[in-house]
Design a protein around this ligand. Structure first.
Ligand code: YH5
Length: 261
């Protein structure tokens, strides 16, 4: 899964796909074309910055960022598109322009989001987050991070199934970096098989995140090797999808894994 940010403040992004007040659709299309050439399977389009401390974005603003980008991608390419959103209006509009997966860092917990996802008939990715982006990195606490994150995801998955989403249409994601210290992230990553062993498809997003910066003591532009290495380890532990900035390098590494493992 390749990350396409259409936010004005996404410092972690490879390219700034946002120009002045509106999305630069041509730049989005060139980025997607590059990812497709590199072997991407899914393009994840997000219009809300969820980096630590980021401010919430208004619904109209999120719609204006995300929907033109998804519509243009679907018009020009055959690639699967996922929408990184927690907003019911965005779920509805994105599915209307051809998005194929709802990726929600809030696990469809916002009012109306679960209903919108059910109505869309699309598969969903449920991610764990402690608190909200504005507050999540101030002293995250768990007594047993693996049990608590897994318990939340499996319970939320059951609620989604009860609400009408097919059991085989739910992906789970431990939510690396979302209300977790580096120690919590590493504990989760080491125990990733406790998630993949359930048989539920698991998505892992660690690309360029702070845990890699802390382990290697390096800035975001020096996290490529760490990110690719963690993507390979996640795949080896059974992750179904890895969400990454650097598609070309990650696809090469995963091809080696699949030929030689
Ligand atoms: C995720 O893990 N993450 S947005 C801070 C960074 C680097 C990257 C430099 N959406 C996930 O990518 N969706 C995001 O520091 C996600 N899983 C799923 N399912 C945050 C992000 C990032 C943040």
């Amino acid at each position: 899964m390749g990350i396409v940010n259409v936010t004005p403040d996404s410092f972690a992004d490879a390219g700034k796909l946002f120009c002045a007040a509106s999305v630069d659709v041509d730049l989005v299309l060139r980025t997607v074309e590059g990812m497709i050439s590199a072997g991407v399977d899914i393009i994840d389009v997000g219009g809300e910055s969820t980096r630590p401390g980021a401010n919430p974005v208004a619904v109209d603003e999120e719609l204006a960022r995300v929907i033109p980008a998804i519509a243009a991608i679907k018009k020009h390419f055959e690639v699967l598109v996922s929408v990184d959103t927690s907003t019911p209006e965005v779920i509805v509009a994105a599915s209307a322009v051809g998005a194929e997966l709802i990726n929600d860092v809030r696990a469809l917990c916002r009012a109306g989001a679960l209903e919108a996802a059910v109505d869309s008939g699309l598969p969903v990715c449920l991610m764990h987050m402690q608190k909200e982006p504005t507050s999540m990195q101030c002293q995250p606490q768990y007594s047993d991070v693996v049990a608590e994150v897994k318990g939340f995801l499996m319970q939320r998955r059951e609620q989604c199934i009860t609400a009408g989403i097919d059991a085989n249409q739910v992906i789970i994601d431990p939510g690396f970096g979302f209300g977790k210290t580096t120690a919590h992230n590493i504990a989760l990553f080491k125990s990733l098989e406790q998630f993949t062993n359930t048989g539920v498809p698991v998505l892992v997003g660690v690309s360029r995140k702070r845990m890699i910066g802390e382990l290697l003591n390096c800035s975001t532009d020096q996290r490529l090797i760490g990110s690719v290495t963690m993507a390979v380890l996640a795949a080896q532990k059974g992750a179904a999808i890895v969400r990454v900035h650097d598609v070309f390098e990650t696809v090469q590494a995963l091809q080696i894994l699949h030929h030689c493992d």
